[in-house]
Design a protein around this ligand. Structure first.
Ligand code: BYC
Ligand code: FE
Ligand code: FE
Length: 472
């Protein structure tokens, strides 16, 4: 056991080399992680050399070391963003007190639950994406998929570090459970709904990294405000990696839009599918499918959990310290649109109970910014087609709208009407089958599948036709 150079094998800035208890816990968990990665990580490409970025330190540039590696040999590290000297809790009942370096006893269950929910999404996404490489539209895209996958693996490590280092026996049990649940499994599913949805073709992958990883950004940012300092610092570091995942999703969709627009113009009937592309209307349907799933990830519009977490100083708002001045919210209210007595009406809710909705609002604005960009792309192609986001009430399965039916604009409709019209809004089986039929692998360096445009540039200064993935 001793004699292992921990800085080499598990790059870290948490003093792993000098912490025998933590070493023991991680040494037990690591083989299970590797066997999970082997079984549930990218299928069929474990022996390939992939041009990946590895974080080896938190120094400037240290988190972005590039080189070809085999994924099972990736050095999954444990990093906290630099400590803020004399950091204070910024919000809630304990505002002004020194940030916690250990878990306060009375907040133990709440913090553990939160860390487990966050942790669970990381391996879940790898499982959802495990077969995608077989149909990658280019080597560039395949590499980006693998980059996202290994980093979600590292995010799991980051959360498991917290469980092992701060939660004793039950933390270790939770860490084991994280490798036992499986995305989409009937008996042991992942915790949150969107992480049990299949993601088996690339249009869904781009929607996932655009919309689902973006939920990750906002949740991580809210946890980066936490009074529990190790959690805050872990999340701050994870956010540096997350930016690339969001880039993959946003520009991925933009490249599909650009190609679809080009094919639409070239076609005789004004449809990209005539020339083997994806119709713009169908891209909109995929957005309308994934976006509501991701709105669900923010939890209920009215939530006592959210109120408790804010009061306890465990989970703040997006940029709590920078953007807000009132960090208590006691006595404040927020107006929400609710569906009661058969109609939409406005109701004032205690502000702390509406915090999921506040975060969801920030998220929606960010998604709208991306939609506006895609619309610049269709406009530049001279097309009138414009994308939009559906109402926050459309197609929800969590929160106050979940038990009612609404059309895409958010107007209440009957269940019968929903069943008749859903097919106009969401991808049909035939449309999904069509998208899947386009997903033929393209592995010649620099070449792109017909349904997607080329990226503007390659990775880390390399050309687009660089061999980002190669056989050993
Ligand atoms: N599916 O009070 P409520 C990422 C449960 S993504 C299933 O309304 P709360 C990533 C809820 O647990 C970021 N269940 O909600 C992205 C609660 O159950 P209990 C992940 C759901 O608790 C891509 C009950 O319903 N991080 O990192 O205020 C790739 C009532 O809930 C769902 C986090 O989520 C759902 N969608 O908020 C890789 C941060 N929604 O407690 C990675 C940590 C709600 O009654 N999590 N429920 O048994 C949280 O902050 C909160 O738990 C939630 C829910 C925002 C998820
Ligand atoms: Fe992640
Ligand atoms: Fe991510």
């Amino acid at each position: 056991m001793s004699g292992i150079d921990y800085t080499q094998r598990i790059p870290n800035n948490v003093g792993l080399g000098g912490d025998v208890r933590l070493q023991r816990a991680l040494e037990k968990w690591q083989p299970s992680f590797l066997s999970w990665w082997h079984d549930m990580g990218p299928d069929g490409f474990q022996a390939h050399n992939v041009y990946l970025r590895t974080a080896v330190s938190t120094e400037p540039g240290g988190w972005a070391n590039f080189g070809h590696v085999k994924m099972p040999e990736y050095r999954w590290g444990i990093f906290l963003a630099d400590a803020v000297p004399d950091r204070r809790i910024a919000f809630g009942e304990f505002a002004g007190a020194p940030a916690w370096q250990e878990v306060p006893g009375e907040l133990r269950a709440m913090l553990r639950r939160m860390i487990v929910v966050q942790a669970d999404t990381e391996p879940a996404s790898v499982e959802q994406q495990r077969r995608l490489a077989h149909s990658a539209p280019s080597l560039y895209d395949m590499r980006n998929l693998f980059q996202v996958n290994v980093e979600e693996g590292r995010h799991l490590w980051a959360m498991v570090y917290l469980l092992h280092a701060f939660f004793g026996r039950d933390g270790r049990d939770e860490a084991d459970e994280l490798l036992a649940r499986r995305s989409g499994d009937a008996d042991k599913p992942r915790i949150l709904d969107a992480f049990n949805e299949p993601c088996d073709e690339w249009l869904s992958f781009f929607c996932f990294t655009m919309f689902t990883d973006r939920d990750g950004k906002y949740q991580l940012a809210a946890l980066a405000e936490s009074g529990f300092d190790p959690l805050a610092r872990t999340c701050r570091f994870m956010l540096t990696e997350e930016a690339h995942h969001l880039f993959v999703g946003e520009t991925g969709i933009d490249r599909v839009v650009a190609r679809s627009a080009e094919l639409t113009r070239a076609s005789r009937n004004g449809r990209a599918s005539e020339l083997g592309g994806i119709d713009l209307e169908l891209i909109q349907k995929y957005i309308d499918y994934w976006f509501p799933y991701c709105l669900d990830l923010f939890g209920g519009e009215i939530s006592s959990n959210a109120a408790d977490m804010f009061a306890a100083g465990v989970k703040g708002r997006y940029q709590e310290e920078r953007k807000y001045t009132n960090h208590s919210l006691l006595g404040e209210t927020m107006a929400l649109t609710v569906f009661e007595d058969g109609r939409l009406q406005t109701r004032d809710v205690p502000a702390r109970n509406a915090l999921n909705e506040v975060l969801r609002g920030e998220y929606r604005d960010d998604c709208q910014r991306a939609v506006d960009k895609w619309n610049k792309t269709t406009q530049a192609e001279g097309l009138r087609f414009r994308f939009s986001l559906p109402s926050n009430r459309f197609f929800r399965r969590q929160g106050i709208y979940a038990d009612h039916c609404f059309d895409r604009e958010g107007n209440p409709i009957t269940r019968g009407e929903w069943e008749r019209r859903a097919i106009d809004w969401l991808p049909s089986e035939a449309e999904r089958a069509y998208v899947r039929s386009l997903m033929l692998p393209v592995t010649l360096p620099g070449k792109m599948a017909n349904w997607i445009g080329a990226p503007r540039k390659g990775i880390n200064g390399k050309n687009i036709d660089y061999t980002y993935v190669r056989t050993a």
